[in-house]
Design a protein around this ligand. Sequence first.
Ligand SMILES: *[C@@H]1O[C@H](CO)[C@@H](O)[C@H](O)[C@H]1NC(C)=O
Ligand SMILES: *[C@@H]1O[C@H](CO)[C@@H](O)[C@H](O)[C@H]1NC(C)=O
Ligand SMILES: *[C@@H]1O[C@H](CO)[C@@H](O)[C@H](O)[C@H]1NC(C)=O
Ligand SMILES: *[C@@H]1O[C@H](CO)[C@@H](O)[C@H](O)[C@H]1NC(C)=O
Ligand SMILES: *[C@@H]1O[C@H](CO)[C@@H](O)[C@H](O)[C@H]1NC(C)=O
Ligand SMILES: *[C@@H]1O[C@H](CO)[C@@H](O)[C@H](O)[C@H]1NC(C)=O
Ligand SMILES: *[C@@H]1O[C@H](CO)[C@@H](O)[C@H](O)[C@H]1NC(C)=O
Length: 325
Amino acid sequence: MFLSAIVVASLAASTFADSLAEVEHIVLFMQENRAFDHYFGTMAGVRGFKDPNVQINCDGRSVFFQQVNSLLSNDTDFLLPWYISAAGGEFINGTQCMDAGSNGWGENHAALAFGSNATCYFNLQDLWLQAEANTPQSWGHFRRSDLPVHFAIAEGWTVGDMYQQGVIALQSTNPNRVIWQSGSIAIPGGNVNTTQGPVLDNNETPGCSSLTQRLENGTELSSPQVYSCFPYNWQTLPEFLQDAGITWKEFQAVDNFDDNPLPYFDFWRNLADDNATSELAQQGLGMNGGGNGKEKEVVDAIVNSPKYNKTILIISFDETGGWGD
Ligand SMILES: *[C@@H]1O[C@H](CO)[C@@H](O)[C@H](O)[C@H]1NC(C)=O
Ligand SMILES: *[C@@H]1O[C@H](CO)[C@@H](O)[C@H](O)[C@H]1NC(C)=O
Ligand SMILES: *[C@@H]1O[C@H](CO)[C@@H](O)[C@H](O)[C@H]1NC(C)=O
Ligand SMILES: *[C@@H]1O[C@H](CO)[C@@H](O)[C@H](O)[C@H]1NC(C)=O
Ligand SMILES: *[C@@H]1O[C@H](CO)[C@@H](O)[C@H](O)[C@H]1NC(C)=O
Ligand SMILES: *[C@@H]1O[C@H](CO)[C@@H](O)[C@H](O)[C@H]1NC(C)=O
Ligand SMILES: *[C@@H]1O[C@H](CO)[C@@H](O)[C@H](O)[C@H]1NC(C)=O
């Protein structure tokens, strides 16, 4: 239920390159909110809807048969992955304009921890209070005809059907993007030393998040443990590359949708755009380059480049966005 879709398009295919030593460029391109099966579950040869090795639940059915209770329907007790067709007309009535399932902490952990064997161990009613929001929308999927470019790229190179979302957090966008560009969300005992707390939500206001509860008499209690103490202070990928003498460039669209993780970090926030002394700034954080969010443009640019046979492009998605896998 929680795998995120990650396509690894290894452009330095074996017909061209004999070893990693021939790779001169690595391009990382991250998109938003898709799970593997939601896009590629119908693709031949992948661990999608025909995967014969999936979990068999204690009700004797595979995990593809997600349980449905009377809160959702009295007509069936299961829901299989279903095709999100173009039916329903435009805009608000269109099937393809429906919401995804919930991407929240409770719902996603319910799906992860309980989803496989829920009814063996938990009261169905309680479970659905948590996981209900993940169904039935979460089980919607597309097909090749809806995603011809994605399929062509995935089939033309290498598709990674066993990659997983880095972290299921309170809000998962920023935590997974911080992992992508720094290798850490700073969990206690993890691979960075910081007082900034683990990144567990999309907080982008200076200061920390905490869990709060409002009592009946109006008093608001906060958890002693704080997290997501924005901005962050550990080292990011471009700084590691810089230290290693490897050049890099950061591209983003004019509207980065708040999803470029580098400005979540002290180092980048404190770096003036016009700081001529700063080699890093000169390399163009926030520059408006070709990465305008269109996967095809990125792939075409590389394939048509003389550097094609020396380049690895890794296309990933930050998290499931509430879609199932
Ligand atoms: C890459 O392509 C160029 C020209 O297209 C060629 O000269 C070079 O030998 C190729 N390199 C590898 C590793 O195949
Ligand atoms: C689910 O329940 C079945 C039957 O009790 C058991 O054999 C299986 O190991 C359980 N799987 C998980 C993931 O808990
Ligand atoms: C299913 O039936 C029960 C009992 O009649 C009812 O309370 C519930 O609302 C029904 N569920 C749906 C989705 O209509
Ligand atoms: C949605 O469907 C309703 C009912 O058929 C219709 O009245 C309405 O105009 C439709 N809205 C749009 C935006 O298509
Ligand atoms: C963090 O600091 C502690 C105490 O100084 C040290 O033992 C540990 O190795 C450090 N960990 C990392 C990942 O730097
Ligand atoms: C509200 O209730 C909590 C818990 O009983 C108590 O500690 C607090 O003093 C109360 N606040 C007010 C304003 O009565
Ligand atoms: C420019 O960047 C360097 C670090 O590369 C920093 O030491 C210096 O303080 C910055 N100057 C300004 C005016 O921000």
